[in-house]
Design a protein around this ligand. Structure first.
Ligand code: PNS
Length: 167
């Protein structure tokens, strides 16, 4: 069985991620979305919240995709991949500026665990400008995020910022 991992921070999941998940799911028998617990980026959403949002998207937006699941992980991606018996890491490339960093990480991961290869999917042009940080910036000012995140998580993102403002 060909198992792939699509790792990331997903803080929060965007339509760009959703597009990659849908396309990557066709390349493997099973796709595990790996949500990094401590991203070092001080995430707005906890790992459990990020997993919950992705599960919601899988249930509401990707009902036709049956071979995808989501799990959080800590530590090295290659250790998680090994534990899950995955042979493929999937990463999205939005622009050439992503490439240098992604190449370095892919080569490092391959060196650490030669049985694993990274497959890059080019982000749909429609989402090439999109990132979770852009979504967070807009949401933090109460701007419209409807065209950037899956419909079923829009209110969760706004609620999070409301909750943060109220403390
Ligand atoms: O969505 P992101 O933040 O671009 O995802 C980055 C991620 C989670 C893929 C990367 O930070 C990662 O794999 N972190 C786990 C630690 C690790 O294995 N690093 C690579 C070897 S240096």
């Amino acid at each position: 069985m060909k198992i792939g991992i699509y790792p990331g921070s997903f803080d929060p999941i965007t339509l760009g991620h959703l597009d990659i998940i849908e396309r990557a799911s066709k390349l493997v028998d099973k796709l595990i979305i790996g949500v990094l617990i401590n991203t070092g980026k001080n995430p707005v959403f906890s790992a459990d919240e990020r997993v919950r949002l992705i599960k919601k998207v899988l249930e509401e937006d990707l009902v036709h995709v049956k071979n995808v699941c989501v799990e959080k992980f800590e530590g090295l991606l290659v250790d998680f991949a090994q534990e899950k018996e995955a042979g493929i890491i999937v990463r999205g490339l939005r622009a050439v500026t992503d490439f240098e960093y992604e190449l370095q990480i892919a080569q490092t991961n391959h060196k650490l665990f030669p049985n694993i290869d990274t497959v890059f999917l080019t982000t749909n042009l429609e989402y090439s400008y999109l990132s979770s940080s852009v979504v967070r910036e807009i949401a933090s000012f109460g701007g419209k995020i409807h065209e950037f995140v899956p419909g079923c998580v829009v209110s969760d993102v706004y609620d999070k910022y409301k909750e943060m403002r109220s403390v």
